[in-house]
Design a protein around this ligand. Structure first.
Ligand SMILES: [Zn+2]
Length: 579
């Protein structure tokens, strides 16, 4: 990873506005000194996503995602850390430090690859518009694709024969190697050759809208009908969804998402103004893609051809999504009439009829599951037994304990058989994909609020008693952070020092936690006094437990009694102020 000087990172953060970055995706409303909105990382109906404009940190109290501007770009938009730094630096008009260390070869190689892929896409677009592209144009026209769609989605054409890429980029050895690395050329016995020949080309982008690869459809009878870029350092089929970067914002806004089979379905829907389609890249939909889909929309419709192959594909998708299902998610399944796809239906029936199918003919996931089980198991007593057994096995993969119980009861009702296996509890770990992997220290409620109180108002550090410095000596994660806070304060010229921001930068792994403290309900002075007393009392009790001399123990007990009295007084004050 690139290494940026801390002073440079400070400067970048200081010149960036996290509110501006986040409000591009989240509608934020003022709430006290913070801003609140619906979390972009999990689905919720009431806002638990908080942004602190003072501290430039965000935190979601629903799913635990949090951090600063860099983290948001990384978690939300899929930037790497150096990319996030580069992006914000550029926006802020800051030149990147030019030492070789901060610009490793790898990054230059990345940039070059994206550039190459983007130029290739443009060249394919020109080929489509040119003489050679007549056949491809005719096909697109017949499928109802407008000039806008062709431009916005980067449709193109790869001419027949070899040499197209070399005509665009030249054919020196270095270029050929680069073109091979991004999957545009392959190396055969007689040298390099174009991977895509005489094909209608679909440009495939990643989450950030960067071109990472292509899909090519034959025009005519050739094989295979669809050909994708090979797996490269940039193109990972199982991570990508066609239409994602183009449709993400529309999907969020309309709360509608339709998973379709292929490129032409995504485009066909878009041509009818339904920019809601996403498609896996020619393979069955996988877990990572499903997570992405559920993050974007809690009620996606999965559409399938009504034929046998379509039903099998639907069943596979259902099996894959079982571990991810939660009661807040409401996926639906839509079987289209046999032999039809969204594109053909739209052309035949129009947009309204298609929307009607989405809304009224799609079936909830539970119903789809029960029907599928019945079909698989067959009739009679042995059929019911097979159904119970299969259901039991599938339920065991389910991450959400409550939903599993509810579904189990449904199957027991249908079959009249008590299920066994899925009764055992399964650890919930698998169902929390968004939780940060970094170690989170165990903190008591008092410790949590105490730290929040300090981060929210760093001037409080100055009035802490000396013994407070050792409060967290036993906590390996908090301890270094806590003592660093003291030294930052000691060095600071005034109380405006933004301690949370500095700490978050010094301890990237703890950034989420720091964001959580900052974004919590404000710790008022009176509460903080009480927390400080609690902290002190706990500290004394811990030392007593560890064993101390009688000479120390007596004053310790006396102090504990004092603390109790002080706490009582504080409680009374609290009541008087009506807090
Ligand atoms: Zn959240």
């Amino acid at each position: 990873m690139a290494h940026f000087p801390p002073a440079f990172l400070d400067e970048v953060v200081a010149r960036s506005d996290i509110v501006e970055i986040i409000s591009r995706h989240v509608e934020l409303k003022k709430s006290g000194s913070n801003l609140m909105g619906l979390c972009p990382f999990h689905h919720e109906k009431s806002p638990s996503f908080s942004v602190s404009p003072d501290k430039q940190l965000y935190y979601c109290f629903g799913c635990g995602q949090g951090g600063g501007a860099f983290q948001f770009l990384m978690q939300h938009d899929g930037y790497s850390f150096p990319e996030a730094v580069e992006y914000l630096a550029e926006k802020a008009g800051l030149a990147l430090p030019l030492d070789a260390e901060s610009r490793p070869v790898d990054e230059a190689r990345q940039k070059q690859a994206y550039e190459l892929l983007s130029q290739a896409s443009q060249a394919m677009g020109r080929a489509l518009a040119g003489e050679a592209g007549a056949k491809a144009r005719a096909y697109l026209e017949q499928r109802g694709m407008t000039a806008d769609i062709i431009r916005d989605y980067g449709l193109g054409y790869a001419p027949p024969g070899y040499g197209f890429m070399n005509r665009v980029f030249g054919h020196d050895a270095r270029t050929n190697k680069q073109l091979e690395a991004v999957g545009l050329l392959f190396k055969g016995e007689r040298g390099y050759g174009d991977r895509f020949r005489d094909r209608l080309m679909f440009t495939i982008r990643d989450r950030r809208g960067r071109i990472v690869g292509f899909g090519g459809r034959v025009l005519g009878d050739g094989e295979p009908k669809y050909l994708n870029s090979p797996e490269t350092d940039w193109f990972h089929k199982s991570d990508l969804l066609y239409g994602f970067s183009e449709h993400r914002d529309t999907i969020r806004k309309s709360k509608q998402l339709v998973v379709v089979e292929g490129y032409m379905d995504v485009l066909g829907m878009a041509a009818y103004g339904l920019k809601l389609g996403l498609a896996p890249l020619g393979t069955a939909i996988g877990e990572r893609q499903l997570r992405e889909i559920f993050r974007l929309c809690d009620a996606p419709v999965f559409s399938f051809d009504g034929d046998r192959a379509g039903r099998q594909a639907a069943w596979r998708a259902l099996e894959r999504m079982m571990p991810l299902l939660k009661s807040e998610l409401k996926p639906r399944f839509l079987y289209l009439p046999e032999g039809e796809d969204p594109d053909s239906l739209l052309r035949r029936e129009g947009r309204d009829a298609f929307q009607h199918r989405l809304d009224h003919e799609s079936r909830p996931v539970l119903e789809t599951w029960l029907t599928g089980l019945q079909l698989l198991a067959g009739q009679g007593a042995d059929g019911r037994a097979r159904m119970a057994k299969k259901a039991d096995a599938m339920l065991a993969t389910m991450g959400d304990n409550y939903l599993r119980q509810a579904w189990r009861q449904e199957v027991e009702q249908v079959t009249g058989i008590v299920l066994q296996q899925s009764r055992r509890r399964i650890p919930q770990a698998a169902s929390a994909p968004n939780m940060p992997a970094a170690a989170t220290p165990r903190l008591t409620a008092v410790e949590e609020r105490y730290l929040a109180g300090l981060m929210q108002q760093p001037s409080r550090f100055r009035s802490l008693p000396d013994k407070a410095a050792s409060f967290f000596v036993d906590n390996a994660i908090i301890s270094p952070l806590y003592s660093r806070a003291f030294s930052i304060i000691a060095d600071a010229e005034d109380d405006k020092t933004d301690i949370a921001r500095q700490l978050a930068q010094a301890y990237p792994d703890s950034q989420t936690m720091i964001s959580r403290w900052v974004n919590q309900a404000t710790v008022q002075d009176i509460e903080f006094k009480s927390l400080l007393l609690d902290m002190e009392a706990n500290d004394i009790r811990r030392r007593i437990k560890r064993g101390m001399s009688l000479a120390d123990a007596i004053p310790a007990e006396t102090r504990l009694r004092e603390i109790k009295r002080e706490q009582r007084i504080l409680t009374e004050q609290l009541h008087e102020t009506g807090a």
